[in-house]
Design a binder for this molecule. Structure first.
Ligand SMILES: Nc1ncnc2c1ncn2[C@@H]1O[C@H](COP(=O)(O)OP(=O)(O)OP(=O)(O)O)[C@@H](O)[C@H]1O
Length: 338
């Protein structure tokens, strides 16, 4: 188990990470999520031993303060893979096992096993300079896993890839991490990626961990409006929770997990859907997405105190700016904030 205990990293007297504490249990994937510049990479580097920090990083209770990077038993993957350009795929993956003194025959078997795991069976002799971006990241992952690290540190491993490839590789990566039972810290600024890959989330903002917990708990109950907005919430409004249901100006929904009383309801765009019944409003803008249409709807006439909200329509709805629509509440996109 990894324990990060009140870690602070300071550059030129400015703290980039402040008093960060977190734990990752064996076999668990924790996503460290936060906006650009929030300190994610700095914290990952401190855990790896690449940055000096105050506080403690422990593995199974042992303080790693005096342990250099290559003796921590951690595997690292960065955004751009950083493969050795002069070695072929097998040479890259076999590097760690060779450093550990693994005999050649076992190394070959390990390389083949890992290529199978990342979906690149038979790629041993390919020069890494001839790989696509997605293939290179798979090889980087196989190389990091080859020495059987006790912790895998992934820093934005998919962000150099185009959107479609990122999505499909994220799904593959879930399978790879589960099959390898890899204890993993994943740094990302992409909430979708965090939700696809992680068991738990830690949200970092301005160097501080604002919230951590099971993915679903953080998703539906962000601690404050700032975290909520970072997790996709684009509108907030008052609500009332009684008997496991929340009521707000857009309707009511079951929230058996929410605390009873007056609450702040957070709405992500897909919490409001264009439907045949619901709160009326006028479409003021529309943008087509891959599998739906995102609309901005003026609801000021029907919801006192609100101007516009984001909502989604299906492609088949064919809504235009100027259209009158009705918006129905979809609890899947809702959060109870605070
Ligand atoms: N080597 C360094 N020297 C000085 N300041 C640094 C150094 N590395 C990072 N910083 C600063 O520390 C803060 C946190 O940076 P960090 O790279 O950890 O953020 P991040 O959340 O990973 O951002 P991104 O998603 O953009 O990579 C930033 O303000 C950054 O400018």
């Amino acid at each position: 188990m990894l324990t990060v205990d009140r870690v602070t990293v300071t550059y030129d007297r400015t703290p980039a990470v402040r008093d960060a504490s977190l734990e990752i249990a064996d076999g668990e994937v924790l996503a460290l999520l936060g906006p650009s510049g929030s300190g994610k990479s700095t914290l990952l580097r401190a855990i790896a031993g690449l940055e000096s920090a105050t506080g403690a990083v422990r593995w199974d209770g042992d303080d790693l303060a005096g342990v250099p990077v290559h003796r921590r038993g951690f595997g690292l993957v960065f955004q751009d893979g950083q493969l050795f350009p002069h070695r072929d795929v097998a040479g890259n993956i076999a590097f760690g096992p060779r450093m550990q003194g693994m005999p050649a025959g076992d190394r070959d078997r390990r390389v083949a096993e890992l290529l199978e795991l990342v979906g690149l069976a038979g790629y041993e002799r390919r020069p890494v300079t001839e790989l696509s971006g997605g293939e290179a990241q798979r090889v980087a992952l196989a190389r990091a896993l080859a020495p059987r690290p006790r912790l895998l540190l992934l820093d934005e491993p998919l962000s150099g890839l185009d959107a479609e490839l990122r999505e499909s590789l994220a799904l593959d990566l879930v399978g790879v991490l589960r099959r390898a039972k890899a204890t993993t810290l994943l740094v990302t600024h992409d909430q979708e990626e965090a939700f696809t890959l992680a068991d738990r989330l830690a949200v970092l903002d301005d160097g501080r961990i604002r919230q951590s917990g099971d993915v679903i708990d953080v998703w539906r109950a962000p601690v404050d409006e700032r975290v909520a907005r970072f997790l996709g919430v684009t509108a907030v409004l008052p609500g009332e929770v009684t008997d496991g249901r929340v009521s707000c100006a857009f309707g009511s929904a079951e929230v058996p997990w929410a605390r009873v009383g007056t609450v702040t309801v957070g709405l992500r765009p897909h919490a409001l859907r264009v439907a045949s019944t619901g709160v009326p409003g006028e479409v003021v803008a529309r943008a087509r997405r891959r599998d739906h249409t995102r609309v901005t709807v003026d609801v000021s006439e029907s919801v006192p105190g609100m101007s516009t909200v984001d909502a989604v329509a299906t492609m088949a709805d064919a809504v235009q700016p100027g259209d009158e629509v009705r918006l129905a509440l979809d609890p899947g996109g809702m959060a109870i904030v605070g």
